[in-house]
Design a protein around this ligand. Structure first.
Ligand code: 5GP
Ligand code: MN
Length: 354
């Protein structure tokens, strides 16, 4: 699969690279890295997305190379006339937002590079193992298989952002020794500096954002013996804090950090409807829960969007549905640490003491 995609990269000249709506670090990092790599090979590359980069990624070098689709003739032509369309970090046409129609109509060879489960059937080729930590890991593999010497500071930084953001800073179970070897290689190949990247991504909240966090923390509720946790961000709260919606990034993790909570959901009220983010630990998978509301994602990190929904109604429906989709532990065992993780920690402690 990697060989086939690599051959397509070699053979063709005009590429369109796109990724999902509301792009995140993995989406943009993967896109920019692959785009610069192909340009280094002398290819013509357009990077066009439905939505702009989020504010906390605005510092990334060349982030403006990723254009926002506005339906202009020149953009439509580049999509229609591409030899190859590379779709990154999503396997669903709907997640391409405003580009969906133009991508569907293009005669280009459509290639998927992604790590989500259950890809749709319209791709002509794919490199999409759903066990990968991130799309960034897969883009690294493609570039390294071609020629690792092409990895410069910009590509290394973009891939680091992609892998780091999608692995919760290298802590999720998708992180293998291979992922750490990739990061070690990135550190050796470019002037890559993790500290300012982490600061820019995680430690740069505005005062308004912190006020919104304060209001959001007040809304945390626990359900089902405390195993499910919820948080709500209403438009009223956003206005009261004078904050931007992008400031809600990461809020859901505060809910998941409550000791008893195995699965957490945040409801964010925006003009068009209710945006939800689901996060969980261990085997309390949330992807089916998100799917029940038209969304999807990974087993421990999913999302969904209910168009035109009412916050109270959506909240009730989603919380009511939780036990049908999320594996809850028997009440007495409802600890965030699974029995397996707990015995691992106890054994480790005994070993250190012995
Ligand atoms: P987030 O909660 O950060 O927006 O999204 C977490 C993950 O859930 C994303 O990486 C993506 O895989 C998935 N996801 C988020 N929103 C949606 C959605 O509206 N539809 C689908 N199918 N997946 C989503
Ligand atoms: Mn991803």
């Amino acid at each position: 699969m990697l060989e086939r995609v690599l051959a397509l990269l070699r053979e063709h000249d005009r590429f369109l690279i796109t990724t999902h709506i509301r792009p995140d670090g993995d989406a943009l990092g993967s896109q920019l890295a692959l785009g610069w790599f192909l340009r280094k090979l002398g290819k013509k590359v357009a990077m066009i997305n439905s939505d702009p980069a989020p504010e906390n990624l605005g510092w990334m070098a060349g982030v403006d190379d990723a254009e926002v689709y506005d339906g202009a003739i020149d953009q439509r032509e580049r999509i229609a006339q591409a030899d190859v369309i590379l779709v990154l970090d999503t396997n669903a046409l709907e997640r391409l937002g405003k580009l969906a129609g133009a991508v569907q109509d293009s005669k280009a060879v459509k290639v998927l590079i992604d790590h989500h489960t259950d890809p749709e059937g319209w791709f002509d080729a794919a490199y999409a193992p759903d066990t990968a930590s991130s799309t960034g890991e897969l883009v690294y593999e493609l570039i390294a298989a071609y020629d690792p010497a092409l990895i410069d500071t910009e590509i290394a930084t973009a891939l680091y952002v992609a892998i780091m953001t999608d692995t919760g800073s290298f802590r999720y179970s998708s992180v293998t020794p291979a992922v750490h070897r990739i990061v070690a290689d990135l550190l050796e190949r470019g002037d890559l500096r993790p500290a300012p990247i982490h600061t820019a991504l995680f430690d740069t909240r505005s005062l308004a954002g912190l006020r919104l966090l304060g209001l959001a923390l007040e809304t945390i509720r626990l359900h089902y013996d405390g195993q499910i946790g919820s948080m709500r961000v209403s438009q009223r709260a956003v206005r009261a804090a004078a904050a931007g919606l992008h400031e809600t990034e990461g809020f859901v993790n505060y809910v998941l950090s409550v000791a008893s909570v195995r699965a957490a959901v945040i409801f964010i009220e925006i003009d068009a409807g209710i945006k939800m983010s689901f996060r969980s630990q261990g085997d309390a998978y949330v992807n089916e829960w998100a799917q029940a509301f038209g969304g999807g994602g990974h087993r421990n990190a999913s999302g969904a969007f209910v168009h035109g929904g009412d916050l109270d109604e959506v909240f009730r429906d989603v919380i009511d549905a939780a036990p049908r989709h999320v594996k809850l532990a028997p009440p007495e065992a409802s600890d965030t640490l699974s029995a397996d993780d707990l015995s691992y920690l106890i054994a480790l402690k005994e070993k250190m003491e012995g």
